[in-house]
Ligand binder design. Structure first.
Ligand code: KG4
Ligand code: ZN
Length: 392
């Protein structure tokens, strides 16, 4: 099955074409085409993602990204296509709210053959609704034109599946197989921090979640307080690593919110406030202090994430722990989890996403699209749902 997947939930416009075969026990994947355009540079100015701007950028970039992905997959064949008037009208209706997209779209599709793909998968949530809608309407227009079924993918399911992927042949072939259930997923991104249990394939139970900020959001907010650019995670990580490499401990102490509380829930707002209060006590922060604060903040986040995951492993008896979402790119968190799993839970498998697949991409959406399509989970009229949960 060839899946064309579209991701526009936040600030990455991404389209991937993945060939997949196998079943839920063992599946093999080959990435045929993968095009991604990050808007980070544009949002940097605002210190975070600005939804109206994200939507405009997605609309501007979807056609060139589609062209690049099809080209890489060798699925782009030039040919003049006559688009039936009725179809054209429907496409215009779908795309007219995005200035410029409709003309760009019609021009492109009228000059190429329908590609040999079997299904179109698109992220419908969670994420920024205006951004999600651009991808959804684009997917609907393609599905209509090329007469392909549509799958509505949950972005967080994509993150989990990306982390379960093993590389078979460098950067080309992947598989998902030999999974030990139950699987516990720690999802840590800009909008989410949750522990989810998969007792059976693709069925989820929420074990714990943040009561306020997401882990990535805390990284981004603290980075902003330290006058570091957006996204803050990689910036804080860099500073903290410098101090670790120098073998220096942090001179600051920050709280580990809810560390000893009996639930698997998280809270990061207090940690953020503690950093703010600390900064208020000094007029100017030196480069050295910034490093020390970055390290202590990162240590505190890693401690809390680990303790809650360990508690959830004990509570659920999970046999696999998987980390997903942008924050799982964090070097310190990855190292800490790898070490602590070996020492404290040697019988449980740890799966970490490859660094290239930690942050948002369309390959992960294609994986979810494949499994959902196998279950005939098709939908013609799909909608954006900014708060979509894993159980819907
Ligand atoms: O999953 P993702 O790409 O987008 C969402 O779905 O939210 O996650 C983005 C988040 C941002 O908050 C970013 O600061 C964080 O992931 N992030 C990191 C690192 N790389 C990205 N946080 C900590 N350390 C990193 N190396
Ligand atoms: Zn994400």
């Amino acid at each position: 099955m060839k899946v064309l997947a579209i991701e526009t939930s936040c600030d990455e416009t991404a389209i991937a074409i993945v060939e997949a075969e196998g079943d839920e026990q063992s599946a093999q994947f080959r990435v045929l085409g993968n095009a991604l355009l990050s808007q980070i540079e544009i949002h940097k100015e605002y210190g975070g993602v600005f939804p109206a701007l994200a939507k405009r950028e997605h609309a501007k970039n979807l056609v060139p990204i589609l062209e690049a992905a099809l080209e890489e997959a060798e699925l782009l064949h030039e040919d003049t296509q006559a688009i039936p008037e009725e179809t054209r009208e429907k496409i215009v209706k779908l795309l007219e709210r995005e200035p410029g997209l409709e003309e760009q779209f019609l021009e492109f599709v009228s000059e190429c053959e329908a590609p040999e793909i079997d299904v179109i998968a698109v992220t419908t949530g969670p994420g920024l609704e205006p951004a999600l809608w651009v991808g959804i309407n684009f997917a609907k227009a393609l599905a209509l034109l090329w007469n392909k079924p549509l799958v509505a993918v949950n972005h967080m399911e994509g993150h989990i599946l990306a982390a379960l992927l093993s590389e078979e042949k460098r950067g080309e072939e992947f598989s998902i197989s030999n999974l030990q259930f139950p699987i516990l997923a720690l999802l840590i991104s800009g909008g989410h921090t949750e522990l989810v249990l998969m007792e059976e394939w693709l069925s989820y139970k929420l074990i714990g979640q943040t009561r306020d900020d997401a882990a990535g959001e805390a990284f981004d907010k603290v980075a902003r307080m330290l006058s570091l650019p957006y996204p803050g995670g990689p910036e804080i990580s860099k500073l903290a690593e410098e101090l670790r490499e120098a073998g220096e401990a942090s001179e600051f102490t920050l709280p580990r919110p809810m560390l000893h509380d009996a639930t698997c829930d998280f809270s990061f707002a207090g940690l953020k406030t503690a950093v703010l209060n600390l900064l208020k006590t000094r007029a100017d922060i030196t480069a050295r202090e910034r490093q020390h604060l970055a390290r202590e903040f990162e240590d505190a986040v890693a401690d809390v994430l680990w303790k809650k995951s360990a508690r959830a492993l004990e509570d659920t008896g999970a046999q696999t722990l998987v980390l997903g979402g942008g924050v799982s790119a964090n070097t310190h968190i990855r190292r800490e989890f790898a070490h602590k799993m070996k020492v404290e839970h040697p019988g449980v498998a740890l799966r970490l996403p490859s660094p290239a697949l930690t942050t948002d991409n369309a390959i992960m959406i294609a994986l979810a699209g494949f499994y959902r399509a196998r279950r005939q989970d098709f939908a013609a009229d799909i909608r954006a749902n900014g708060n979509r949960s894993l159980s819907s």
